[in-house]
Design a protein around this ligand. Structure first.
Ligand SMILES: [Zn+2]
Length: 119
């Protein structure tokens, strides 16, 4: 299997799992809103980090454990965003067949299921 086929299969897998997970049609718009929400949570966590660090320096408080926990939260959310962005990229690579509804890669000329000409 060549690089292109690998990428194509991966795009389809990511797209299918995104659809399965939400149990509804994948929406790029909704996913973008989701990413925006997580991004704003990350901003708040950076703010928290700033406060904790300020407290450590100014009051010599030992906030290391809390700081590490917040950093862990941020990293987890960054991973979530990366995954959602991957789902959007995969969705953009898919074209739905107007005849049978099968998902095909955007640059496919014919539907892989029913053979109808696409695009
Ligand atoms: Zn079709």
């Amino acid at each position: 299997m060549g690089f292109f086929e690998d990428t194509a299969v991966k795009a389809k897998d990511v797209f299918d799992s995104a659809v399965k997970k939400t149990g509804e049609a994948f929406s790029v718009q909704k996913t973008k809103l989701n990413i925006a929400g997580i991004t704003s949570q990350i901003s708040k966590e950076y703010e928290t980090l700033g406060r904790l660090y300020h407290d450590s320096v100014k009051n010599k408080a030992d906030n290391a454990v809390t700081i590490n926990a917040v950093i862990g939260e941020i990293e987890e959310k960054q991973a979530q965003i990366a995954k959602l962005e991957e789902e959007i990229a995969a969705a953009k690579n898919m074209a739905v067949c107007p005849a049978c509804g099968a998902k095909n890669l955007n640059d496919a000329q014919f539907c892989s299921k029913c053979g109808k000409k696409l695009g």
